[in-house]
Design a protein around this ligand. Structure first.
Ligand code: ZN
Length: 108
């Protein structure tokens, strides 16, 4: 499996695997990576191979992260309720102290 696109492995290919990349138009690059664009199989250079495969990965990840984000937002909401309850308790406890302090200033 290793080094399929190097040395003797590409000698039997057209022009020893080199040519002009159909997507980035670079010349003298090895066009040995098979990619499927619009249901048509073409051979591109290794850079275009990464770019195309990354785009496919991003499209897949977008669909996955959309569902994961929805799940995460639902998970985050549950601890927020407990934090709000704690804040309400703190507000009632501390709310009495400034109330008494305000009363003393009003009396004066
Ligand atoms: Zn290319």
């Amino acid at each position: 499996m290793s080094k399929n696109h190097r040395g003797k492995g590409i000698l039997d290919k057209y022009k020893r695997g080199r040519g002009t990349c159909p997507t980035c138009k670079r010349t003298g690059v090895k066009i040995i990576h098979e990619q499927e664009i619009d249901k048509q199989k073409i051979f591109v250079c290794k850079i275009c191979n990464v770019v195309i495969s990354r785009k496919e990965m991003q499209l897949k990840k977008k669909a996955e992260t959309m569902t994961q984000a929805e799940q995460k937002s639902a998970e985050v909401k549950t601890p927020d309720v407990t934090v709000e309850e704690k804040e309400e308790r703190m507000a009632t406890e501390t709310g009495e102290e400034p109330g008494t302090a305000a009363k003393t200033t009003e009396d004066e």
